[in-house]
Design a protein around this ligand. Structure first.
Ligand code: HEC
Ligand code: HEC
Length: 300
């Protein structure tokens, strides 16, 4: 019977759990009314029960994954929000082994080597260390992005230590993406505040005096946020008064979305195809007209 073949087609072992919700109620009702008919044949019934048990297995698996995730995810974000005194202490030790020579034993700075970090804040420190700019390679070296020396946790710990001395803008926690509906606001803010240096597609651009605004391609959400909060080198600081946290999130949404979509728009040089085609048609058309005019002229 037809019901059977339909079932056979869709019997992938896992279709009902996902599709049932999307199935229009009429179809669901139809499916429900199918159930009694299944009592007609034992084979069909066992098939239904097999299906039900595979659904149960799937639900169980989903629950396990979800449970595992919720066990892991909140704990890691909890670590981030509630960096403990022990984390600050570990951060201090890391600081003393990698930063002290240039920034001093009390973050007061070392003349000719590195500026004071008192009140610089955890956000600036997170940005500098996570993008590999710090620890600086040496005196007068330009501090471009390079592979980070510390892992995420250590970076947070160093940032927490620096942030514990004199305050300053803090590393934000939680989701740094705004509402996808804000992407166009983000684009507007990006063009207003960032594009002049980083290029309208975030590809980066040279600034005056040999400085460069780097590409934003490698920047994570948190790096984008902390860059805005701290304004490294020639970049201005965008405090929460100038660009609110929600606006910062909209900008991040926009930039990350721009990177995700392969075609950022604009006039790419490799996109002259349609133009040359149009040109060809235009000249060819003109040529035909010229011939026609000459022909008419000769006739008269
Ligand atoms: C070789 C010397 C050197 C070492 C080592 C070094 N720094 Fe720096 N750091 C500098 C210099 C010079 C600057 C200022 C120039 C610049 O921003 O590029 C700076 C700037 C910074 C800033 C930005 C300050 C601001 O006002 O925004 C932070 C934050 C920072 N360093 C943190 C660290 C941390 C954390 C470490 C260790 C993991 C470290 N630095 C290791 C030399 C150093
Ligand atoms: C006046 C020019 C200027 C403006 C405007 C500007 N930036 Fe920057 N930006 C820079 C420069 C210069 C650097 C490199 C700093 C350094 O290397 O220490 C930088 C670095 C960054 C980085 C680090 C990139 C990486 O991967 O290392 C991010 C992220 C960033 N900017 C985001 C933004 C955002 C978002 C805006 C707009 C809200 C913005 N910038 C506006 C000049 C600018």
């Amino acid at each position: 019977m037809t019901d059977d073949t339909v079932d056979a087609d869709s019997d992938l072992g896992f279709d009902p759990a996902v599709s049932d919700r999307d199935v229009p109620t009429a179809a669901r009702a139809a499916r429900a009314s199918k159930a009694p008919s299944s009592s007609r044949g034992g084979g069909l019934r066992s098939k239904v029960s097999r299906k039900v048990s595979s659904v149960l297995v799937l639900i169980g698996a989903l629950a396990a994954v979800g449970g595992g995730y919720s066990l892991l995810a909140p704990s890691s974000s909890a670590d981030q929000t509630a960096l403990s005194a022990a984390d600050v202490e570990t951060g201090r030790q890391l600081y003393e082994s990698s930063c002290i020579t240039c920034h001093g034993s009390n973050l007061q700075g070392v003349q000719g080597r590195g500026p004071s970090l008192i009140g610089v804040g955890s956000a600036a420190t997170y940005f500098q260390v996570s993008t590999g700019r710090m620890p600086a390679a040496g005196q007068g070296a330009t501090n471009n992005r390079k592979p980070a020396k510390f892992n995420e946790q250590q970076t947070q710990q160093i940032a927490a230590y620096v942030g514990s001395v004199g305050g300053g803008p803090q590393v934000p926690t939680g989701d740094l993406r705004g509402n996808p509906q804000n992407i166009s606001d983000g684009g507007e803010l990006f063009r207003l505040n960032c594009a002049s240096c980083h290029n309208f597609a975030g590809k980066g651009a040279p600034l005056s005096a040999g400085k460069v605004a780097p590409s934003l391609n490698n920047a994570t959400d948190l790096q984008l946020y902390t860059a805005m909060l701290s304004g490294p080198e020639n970049m201005p600081v965008f405090s929460d008064n100038q660009i609110t946290p929600d606006q910062k999130k909209a900008i991040i949404d926009y930039i990350q979305n721009l990177k995700a979509s392969k075609d950022p728009g604009g006039a790419g040089l490799d996109r002259i195809g349609p133009v040359s085609e149009g040109l060809l048609i235009w000249t060819a058309g003109l040529g035909v007209l010229m011939v026609a005019i000459l022909w008419i002229g000769r006739k008269s």
